[in-house]
Ligand binder design. Structure first.
Ligand code: GLN
Length: 542
């Protein structure tokens, strides 16, 4: 039978509950356990796919094609596991199931209520993840902050689970903020006390507090929190902001948190724990003290929200580890490139460029202009999804001479629709979960850059898009020097393109950023950073 760890948040949002959850998972993975993370999101959207990245951050896509909350990205990266659609539970999904069951008549005439019907559905989803992934431990993070109206059914469901599974199989973790105020930076425990009171009103007494703080908590403060909140002093974990999020599991472990959780849940210690932890320490050491440094520009449309391209920024950090390199990211809002300033003003000090995924017409010309600049100047380039589509348009316009080339997404009646909607997408009416989503295979062309950096001929990558390269223009692009280096196994879809005369110019219709892990950086990002280091240090790129 699986054990359950529930993570709630208190005081304010955005205090790193996702990283805390992911770090707990890492510590348990280091002990050899199978861990299944699950995010319980109280919003009514069925999934994150229809949410604006500005408001909500990146939409993370799982192997099985679910569009989920970005916290699942943290879980995958820290725990090195693959989440599934079932790892993301929203109020929307829960109500969809309950209402469908009511319509089928499954409730046999009962009045359908939050307790027990909605809470039962939440519990069913949490426990089925345990079964589906044969997990030793399920870690369920509840989105939002304790005290929100929306999260009450989720909190009630996890409260009930202690009764069903027993105290030795359930653990409540509460992540809170300890602010320091006033001229002397006095540490204040009151918001945490109140948050715990709020949790107790619901019937949950936390077993462990993770206290986010900017200053060291003295023994006195920890004892005070312990007394007021009813947790043992060793279960008051101080969690300070660190130079890199990847250090969090190391610091937690050194604090004794892993051993506390293991003991509390009756888990055995694993002989490989130290070795696993040391491997992680090595990654952290490189992130903190790398030998090289490069500047990579990322052109996108939502660069005002640091979370909108979370997996890309993390993939760059991972690629920095194997290249022993700090990757400084220069975010460029694509429509800034359209305001008349020369492109050199933005890209002259840059060692590499990523054109990010995106939707819609805004900022498209800026992206195309940036690609022209790096293509002509030999600056390493990686195009991701929309970035591939923009690279094809740029090539069609500036190399093949089709000045009216565009994507149908941007210009419905483009003179040369080099990027177009596939017939099966033309019928689609609903916006939710209707794109080409999830993992698809791709064959790489022998002798291509793609085949050499992946060191494989058949790969799989995750997708999230509606539009594709128009096959009518494939021959023309190839004749003009563009290599189509990745295609779907039936040859119908262009998956990757590259320019052999360029030091590193490659683009993919997929989202490689979702598969990058700190211990297994993604080859496309690794290749970009490697090429950027060589350019930055003046090594011939030929
Ligand atoms: N908007 C493009 C499409 O739907 C690209 C999507 C993306 O970059 N994820 O095909």
């Amino acid at each position: 039978m699986a054990k359950f760890i529930f993570v709630t948040g208190g005081v304010v949002s955005s205090i790193g509950k996702g990283i805390a959850t992911a770090s707990l998972g890492r510590m348990l993975r280091n002990r050899g356990y199978t861990v299944a993370p699950v995010k319980l999101d109280p919003y009514i959207n069925v999934d994150a796919g229809t949410m604006n990245p500005y408001q909500h951050g990146e939409v993370f896509v799982t192997e099985d094609g679910a569009e989920t909350d970005l916290d699942l990205g943290h879980y995958e990266r820290f725990m090195d596991v693959n989440c599934t659609g079932g790892s993301s539970v929203t109020t929307g999904k829960v109500y969809q199931s309950v209402i469908a069951a009511e319509r089928r008549g499954d409730y046999l005439g009962a009045t359908v209520q939050v307790i027990p019907h909605v809470t039962n559905e939440i519990k069913r989803r949490i426990t089925s993840i345990a079964r589906e992934q044969e997990a030793d431990i399920v870690i369920a993070e509840i989105g939002g902050t304790v005290g929100d109206i929306e999260s009450l059914p989720f909190l009630e469901a996890i409260r009930q689970m202690r009764g069903e599974f027993g105290i030795e199989n359930t653990l409540y973790v509460h992540v809170t903020l300890i602010p320091s105020v006033g001229p002397w930076g006095e540490v204040k425990t009151k918001p945490t006390q109140h948050s715990v009171i709020k949790l107790r009103e619901i019937g949950i007494s936390p077993d462990l507090l993770i206290c986010r703080t900017d200053v060291e908590l003295t023994q006195d403060v920890r004892e005070k929190i312990s007394l007021f909140c009813g947790v043992p002093p060793q279960a008051v974990m101080q969690s300070m902001t660190l130079p890199t999020i990847y250090e969090v599991p190391v610091v937690y472990e050194e604090y004794g948190l892993g051993d506390y959780v293991s003991k509390r849940l009756g888990l055995e210690d694993h002989p490989a724990k130290e070795e696993q932890l040391n491997k992680w320490r090595e990654l952290v050491e490189i992130i903190k003290n790398p030998r090289h440094e490069v500047n990579i520009a990322v052109v996108g449309k939502y660069t005002g929200n640091g979370d909108a391209y979370k997996s890309i920024s993390e993939a760059l950090i991972h690629a920095g580890i194997t290249n022993h390199c700090r990757v400084k990211v220069q975010w460029i809002e694509s429509d800034e490139l359209e305001k008349g300033r020369p492109i050199e003003d933005f890209l002259s000090g840059v060692d590499g460029l990523i054109v990010a995924p995106g939707f819609g017409a805004r900022g498209v010309e800026g992206k195309i202009e940036a690609i022209r600049h790096v293509r002509e100047n030999g600056t390493p380039f990686l195009g991701i999804c929309f970035g591939l589509q923009m690279a094809v348009i740029e090539y069609a316009r500036n190399v093949c001479g089709l000045s009216g080339a565009n994507s149908e997404e941007v210009e419905t009646n483009a003179a040369y629709p080099v990027i177009h909607l596939l017939p099966d997408q033309k019928e689609v009416q609903d916006k939710g979960a209707s794109m080409r989503l999830g993992s698809y295979p791709c064959n790489l062309t022998v002798g291509s850059l793609a085949a050499s950096i992946y060191a494989e001929s058949r790969i799989t990558e995750r997708h999230r898009h509606r539009y594709e390269v128009n096959n009518d223009f494939r021959g023309m692009l190839e004749k003009a020097g563009m290599v189509i280096s990745g295609v779907s196994p039936d040859y119908r879809l262009v998956e990757m393109i590259e320019l052999p005369k360029h030091p590193y110019f490659i683009a993919t219709q997929a989202h490689p950023e979702f598969k990058s892990r700190p211990n297994r950086p993604h080859p496309l990002f690794e290749g970009l950073v490697r090429a950027a280091v060589r350019k930055c240090e003046g090594v011939s790129l030929a």
